[in-house]
Design a binder for this molecule. Sequence first.
Ligand code: SAM
Length: 281
Amino acid sequence: MVNHNSTSEIRALLETYGLSLKKRFGQNFLIDAGARRRIGATIHDELSRQSAEIGEVWEIGPGIGALTAELLALNRPVRLFEIDHGLIRVLRDQFGDSVAIEEGDFVRTVAAHERAAPAAIVGNLPYYSASSMVARIIESDLSVPVMVFLVQTELADRMEASVGGKDYSALSVLVQSHYTVTSAFHIGGAAFYPRPRVGSTVIVLRALPDRPSRSVSLRTSYIARRAFGQRRKTLRNTLRPYLAALEAEAIDPGLRPEQLTPAQFRGIACRVPENSPEELQ
Ligand code: SAM
């Protein structure tokens, strides 16, 4: 069993396998037992709110399994998505057949499970690709009632940002169109090896009851990205092809994107024809 609290034992383990930490994969292992337990308890609480006790728990970026041990205690099937083939050897030796493992970049390997319905997706996400992973999940056909992620506080702020705030962005619109976002707690740099330069936050995303269809979601996302791409300009300039949709939704084209709620972006998207060529750009 790996001692996840000891940096010297983690270093020794990596050495045994001939591995080194890869910065490009955002490898910052969670070495604080209290933080791991708290995340495990958060996931446990979220799952116990669900009516059916079925469905897999997916973990993105298990690393050497610091959080995986917490997930196995939930008595659910666990599926791991890990890009680092060296670490996968460590995971297989540690967990054997008690977990399913998907090797490769989550953003690609998830495609094989596009219509799955995991009970939850969790992970201490690699900072360099956390936002694209979250967007990939939301823009897929996956049906995920709850997600619990450990991310950079700056990203948590962007996902949670309210209309009008400086952090409010196309990502806020996408995430909040599908999920309520709650910052559960912060975790300091000393809880990680190696220690990151920025703070981290555990966020809980709970699915809204009236989530938009995939098609509306893609159009909402496209329109929000287009508007926020030039956030100082008014919608009259950035959403010129959609002015009729704005008018139908009684939205003033003199507004800037940060003044529109996720529901208003969705309203515009619903007025744009489904086969709009811009939809998937
Ligand atoms: N869960 C472990 C922990 O908490 O100690 C490790 C978390 S570490 C911040 C991020 C993990 O994500 C690393 O194991 C890294 O190799 C993996 N990773 C990075 N990019 C990935 C990707 N595109 N797809 C799947 N896993 C990825």
